[in-house]
Design a protein around this ligand. Sequence first.
Ligand code: SF4
Length: 494
Amino acid sequence: MANILFIQPFDFPNFLGQKKRKRFLISRAQFEVGYQVPVEHDFSVLDLNLAIRQKGSIPKAIEEATQSLNPDLIFLTYPSFPQGEQVALVLRCLTKVANIPVVMGGGAISLVKDAPLRWWPDMNISCCYSGFGKQISTIIQSIVTGKNQNLPGVFWAGEKPSEKGNLRERLIDFYKPEDLYSARGRIDFSGYVDDIRRVGFNPCAVIELTRGCLHRCSFCAINRENFGFFSRSPEIVIHEIEYLVNMGITSFHFTDPTFGLAIKKTEELVETMVLLQKKHPKNRFEITTRVDIISRKNALLFRKAGVVRCDLGMETMSEMELASVHKGFKREKIRKAVRYLAEVGIETKLFHITFPQKISIPTIEFLLELSRSRVPFLVQSAYLRGIPNPLSEPLFSNQDQKVFCRESDSIEQIMEWMLVNLAFKSINTFLHEPRFQENLRNALSQDIDLKTLFEIAQSNSGITLNLKADFDGQRYFFRHKRKTPFTWCFKKTS
Ligand code: SF4
């Protein structure tokens, strides 16, 4: 029997809309791993998103948890590649407090495979595994007995990866929600939800019908390794929602990258959600999907099922750039999808990518048009980033989608980011200056180059973009400190 501690690194899932909605996204990974750890082992969870609010310090939270629980084995999840910095910090803390073997899984490992063994050779990483955790019980047995077993998708430190067989993936299915959320009776889920509320957040459950995607957009991490597309039974998802509702949760986020891609299963799921919504009208769902899934009929159905926000991959309204990333639809589809959603009262979140060559005028014009027609929307901007380096520890901050990196991003990208994220409601910044839309309209109607809206100041210490517009004595700036990944977008009294 082993005593296993699962660690969820901080800052993932992120606290979207933290200032106003204070939403705490409950990660699924801890429950999926716990569910797959055989019941003869002890299993507990240290969610650093919660612990940092309770203890105020990551090293302190890790030290206290390892001392009080005395684990034989740590499962550390590495959810997304740019989070490497947080994961490295957790590993450093762990090596300081105890000599406990670490097993790493998660979305990033499926992408970078055994790279963490090379990036962090002095940490106690025993193995990395990719996939959904089918190998967990064999990994534990290997570590407990000291005899490493070769399995597809498992990378042991100091050993050649197994070449035999393929990793056959399946999502966990046909489970009882109470077994999943309690890791088969080893986690107090209700107490965990209470703790989230106690630190002032509203718990939001992460649920999913599908994982992966069938499309091939060239920039998408999901496609880097052609992960495939997986789904589970709709009735299980419904049972899970009912279980979570009984726990007092009313906010749900479907993490399917393209909700609706499993057509029959989605129909079945949504039909039952519509009935459930009549019983629990306070439930609110957020989904993410492609614009070509949003017909007028689907939009109405989703609204009846309780969907209040739909995240859409707009990327850009520049036709050539859309085609260049193999998005597979033209911008007219985006326009229609947003309109259908607005007609039924669903807010749209538009994923937006900036491209190096130029500021996308069609994107700015489209957002101005939505704003003028009072369509409810917000934006989430990102940059095209290079592929991670598997050989040496990358500069993770250069991969971060929330900060600018002068080494990776062109001045036009940074300008477009600033124009979009200041003028329109945005997930990326709480600086929202709707009056700036008028400046944009004037500039576009007079055919003024949008780059001339900025003053660029370069100095030894870095670069500053100064937006040449004054709003009641307030001016907006972007600053990047030379040779560092540190950037700021801020306003100042002029
Ligand atoms: S549709 Fe979305 S999830 Fe699918 S490949 Fe394109 S960007 Fe990725």
